[in-house]
Design a protein around this ligand. Sequence first.
Ligand code: UD1
Length: 419
Amino acid sequence: MESYHIRGGNRICGEYSVKGSKNAALPILAAALLCDGECEITNAPQISDVDSMKTMLKELGCGITAKSGTLIIDSKHITADTISLERMKEMRSSVFLMGALLGRCGSAVLSQPGGCNIGSRPIDLHLHALRRLGVEICERDNLVICRGRRLKGANINFAFPSVGATENAMMAATAAEGQTVLSNCAREPEIYALQDFLNACGADISGAGSDIIHINGGRPLHGASHKIIPDRIECGTYLVAAAATGGEILVHHAESGHLASILQKLKETGCTVRQESDRIYVKACGRLKALDRLITGPYPRFPTDMQSPFIAMLALAEGESFIEETIFENRFNFTSELIEMGADITIKGNTAIVKGVQKLNGSVVKATDLRGGAALTLAGLMAEGTTIIQNIEHIERGYENFPEALQSLGADIRKNDER
Ligand code: UD1
């Protein structure tokens, strides 16, 4: 069982180059299935979720060559339309393959992804959109069997702006004959990135980034080159690591516009924040101040993925913070581990009340999920003494070389304590 061993107390100081976005890369890799040709994806993050997606694409018949952050995907010969239960368990985002497979092969079979550590995560909105495009869906024995040889464009309104459902619908609608209008769409930058990639492949999509997306479907897609956008959540995690440890950081290759809500909240804690073109500078100025209102929400509101790192940071802030989680019901799970480290946190419904304490103590804790695990790592950096983070496979799904990067910024952290 792999773990991180952290001796807390060092400030995070220095410079960091943001990696490619996990949440942009995964749907774009899935969308490469729609193309009858070779796609070159650059700046892909080297994380286990991307490895899992590569494995699944290979199992579906794609040729893949990978050299550091560049992936060449050849989807000319798709040989399967089924995603196994094992793969679905390994990576929930395999659900993106549903829209792409339907668009390419007219069929897709997958297992119900079921709930996960952060919430129940149904896929009803994905299925609703696909049904509107003419897909016949049979749900039985934990399987979702989709058939849609002749997809037809449609007007589809999402009851909630789901990121994954918007992306799945975009992929399937690209292959559907005629016009599709998606409304109440998610507006995340990753949706815009998917539009950008599909258009480079010959699709005709407009509106991504707003809540209405128009797709003129039915055009044949060819291969294309695409550079993955910077990861706004990875970037935010390093900014928070510096703020939480009384340090300062300059991040390069950031897309500061995508982090507006995060930077606003960092300013409210008393940090100095400066943005210039693709760089962001954050410096902690004395003890941070509590936040009396932080509410997660769909983009451009505060991202749910940053809620956990913020809670870890606020554990030592002066005063009482109120954090409301509106997207995933179990995203406070990691706080029980943080409480073990001495944090004063009370959960009332979907609100966490964090009373700033003077210090956190090193402890043995378990990562419960990706962002909760990153948050516990930050808490380990902030704590007195040694912290051991177990179950780090959750963290490595989404952060490339996390301990090495933190080490280069001054942290005393080792994987499996290879001292
Ligand atoms: C994506 C991100 C994830 C991020 C989340 C919200 C990827 C790979 N993952 O996840 O990091 O935290 O957006 O920004 O991009 N819902 C339904 N029915 C559905 C679909 C969703 O009820 O069919 C609910 C979910 O349970 C959740 C909310 O809608 O409460 C938002 O989920 P969604 O936007 O779909 O998140 P994901 O695409 O799974």
